[in-house]
Design a protein around this ligand. Structure first.
Ligand code: M6R
Length: 617
């Protein structure tokens, strides 16, 4: 889950690398580094390892005269989220070989690195880090010393290395060339006006070019100023696939907000509006053309299995209800990291929906692959065009939320909720399980979500005021029933990951089976109490909490005085049907967690110990 950037032929190589790394920081940020080939055929390398400040230190450590000398040269940069070895300078990328003839950056995990390192050490190589990456530098060193060209040595790695990797390197004797190779972890090549670019993520290069290409699985590349060549593992030249990216470069910036998270909370009406755009009519007609699955196959689906991790898993839990309520077929949900290791026989005619904001979460990707190996139909729901999961699935549905930089998912989560509703309505439409009037009522409701989100967010100030009152509380319990439960889970996850506060989420009816013994004066219970058929039951659960001394905050409908009278504080949201309620109910809980985290002085965009894209198990 690290980030890679490469630039050659630009008059601002060093500054450009730092800029690219800043755009990639959300992929990991415990250390960072760059390497550029100097005109004197030496590798200039600079690295830093400061939690939250690596790039700043990198920039400060780069003397002006050096920047001037590095013009037009080939350079690579890396921002790291540690997997092998602590986040120290010596473990920061780029890594070099014994003679510093080349420098390598890498994203992923080299599974056979232990054996490779042992053999290399026996042959006299000296290792300077604890990383799996360093074997790459020494392997290349040997291959090149044995007479291979750098290009051929890189291609040979595709056969030698096991695991997932995206790697880039520069060599001292080829000052204008970046070499790259990948398996599983993505790499994007860009070419514009005499400049060659490489990145693990389009966000890093979008400001420089939209002329982008995907480096395929098990392919290697040579990138020179304004030109590049791609090869397969046998060295046969390949034609790379162009990528069409619709994001604006502005969408990748903070847009005047103090942090990405508040910008992304604010962007939620648009994220949902764009996600549903053109996909459903007020009449209830649905169009999911890019899904690219034959209507007959979709109509024949008899059950749905949704798999995901984290916030995407919570979206799946809510999406299941839409599938059951509208398409009237069984829908199960599984956590991807569990599903991938179960001996699960997935019945034929199951539709497996793998949900991942990044499209690169290892567990979700492998769960999806496991389903595919059983020849069931899979759909990937993701926000990242061309991401890993989109390349190995029957169908793809994109949430069109734009890049989400904040580590805590907000706009992508609500876009996932809306998109799963569109999918459920599509299946219902094909199966004919809803009447014309029902279909249209559902569609009207989904279509009204962007304006309802906007209306809800007008209450942000009130949500903040309530949250400030609880900024010092120690234990939170988030409760909900049916569609309120995924909202409770998501609210608790937000508080945990941003404010570093213990927050447990339970189906409200489950409290009396054990967890209620934790409740005591000082406990804060956040209950999702929007009006639904289960409102009375949930309020009975609230009474049980209050009787044991808990303070209760309710996510309730605007103007619901009855609920307000039974709790200590209310987070008011517009009324909405129960199936669509998670989209609205989660919003005050995002703001709540954000406010508590800010009150504690935490960096909401980069919570400790987390990375945006989880490409390790
Ligand atoms: O990219 P994905 O949606 O697959 O990511 C899944 C989780 O890692 C992610 O939702 C995580 O839980 C977020 N930090 C939640 O805010």
């Amino acid at each position: 889950m690290c980030g890679i950037i490469g630039i050659t032929g630009s008059e601002d190589t060093a500054a450009g690398l730092l800029e690219g790394l800043a755009l990639l920081e959300y992929r990991g940020y415990d250390s960072a580094g760059i390497a550029v080939v100097e005109p004197s055929n030496k590798i200039f390398r600079l690295r830093a390892a400061e939690q939250g400040g690596s790039l700043y230190h990198l920039g400060n450590g780069l003397p002006k005269e050096k920047t001037a000398r590095l013009k037009y040269a080939a350079g690579i940069g890396h921002t790291r989220w540690a997997t092998h070895g602590a986040p120290t300078v010596s473990n920061a990328h780029p890594h070099v070989d014994c003679q510093s003839t080349l420098a390598v950056v890498h994203n992923g995990i080299i599974e056979n690195h232990n054996r490779l390192a042992r053999d290399l050490k026996e042959r006299g190589h000296h290792f300077a880090s604890e990383t799996d990456t360093e074997v790459i530098a020494h392997l290349l060193e040997e291959q090149i010393a044995g007479g291979k060209s750098v290009k051929d040595a890189v291609i040979s790695l595709l056969t030698v290395l096991r695991g997932a990797f995206a790697l880039a390197l520069v060599h001292k004797d080829f000052p204008d060339t970046i070499y790259a190779a990948r398996r599983t972890s993505p790499l994007i090549i860009g070419s514009e006006a005499g400049v060659g670019l490489l990145a693990s993520d389009v966000a890093a290069v979008l400001e420089r070019t939209r002329n982008l290409f995907e480096l395929g699985d098990d392919q290697a590349a040579e990138i020179r100023p304004g030109a590049f060549r791609v090869y397969d593992h046998l060295g046969v030249e390949m034609q790379p696939k162009a990528i069409n990216v619709g994001w604006s470069t502005e969408a990748a910036r903070k847009g005047g907000f103090p942090d990405y998270m508040s910008k992304e909370i604010h962007e939620q009406p648009r994220a949902v509006a764009e996600t549903i755009l053109g996909r459903l009519e007020p009449s209830g007609e649905t169009r999911l053309e890019e899904l690219d699955i034959d209507d007959g196959r979709l109509a024949a689906v008899e059950r749905v299995l949704l798999v995901a991790c984290g916030s995407s898993y919570h979206a799946a839990l809510a999406g299941r209800h839409a599938m059951e309520a509208w398409a009237k077929i069984p829908a199960e949900v599984d956590i991807a990291s569990e599903m991938r290791y179960r001996s699960m026989q997935i019945p034929k005619n199951t539709l497996v929906v793998a949900i991942s904001q990044s499209g690169e979460t290892t567990d979700t990707y492998h769960a999806m692959r496991q389903a595919r190996s059983q020849e069931v139909m899979t759909v990937a729901v993701t926000n990242v065009v061309g991401s890993l999961m989109t390349r190995e699935t029957d169908g793809v549905l994109y949430t069109r939320a734009g890049p989400e930089i904040g580590v805590a998912s907000t706009k992508c989560h609500v876009a996932q909720l809306a998109l799963l509703q569109c999918l459920a309505l599509r299946v219902a439409d094909l199966k004919g399980t809803l009447s014309v009037a029902e279909k249209s009522a559902v569609a009207e409701e989904i279509l009204s979500l962007p304006s309802l989100i906007e209306r809800t967010l007008l209450g942000q100030e009130q949500f903040r005021k309530v949250a400030e009152r609880y900024a010092e509380a120690r234990d939170f319990y988030y409760l909900g029933r049916r569609l309120g439960f995924p909202v409770a889970l998501e609210g608790a996850l937000k508080l945990k990951e941003l404010a570093y506060v213990r927050a447990e989420a339970y189906p409200a009816g489950e409290m009396k089976h054990g967890p209620i013994s934790l409740i005591e004066p000082g406990s804060v219970v956040v209950v999702v109490a929007k009006r639904s058929s289960l409102w009375e039951k949930i309020m009975a659960n609230v009474e049980e909490m209050r009787a044991r001394g808990a303070t209760v905050i309710a996510v309730a409908d605007e103007g619901d005085e009855e609920t307000a009278a039974l709790v200590d504080d209310v987070l008011e949201t517009p009324p909405v049907t129960e199936v669509c309620s998670p989209v609205i109910g989660v919003l005050p809980l995002q703001v709540f967690a954000y406010t508590v985290a800010k009150a504690k002085g935490h960096d909401v965009d980069r919570p400790r110990n987390l990375a945006k894209v989880v490409t390790v198990e």
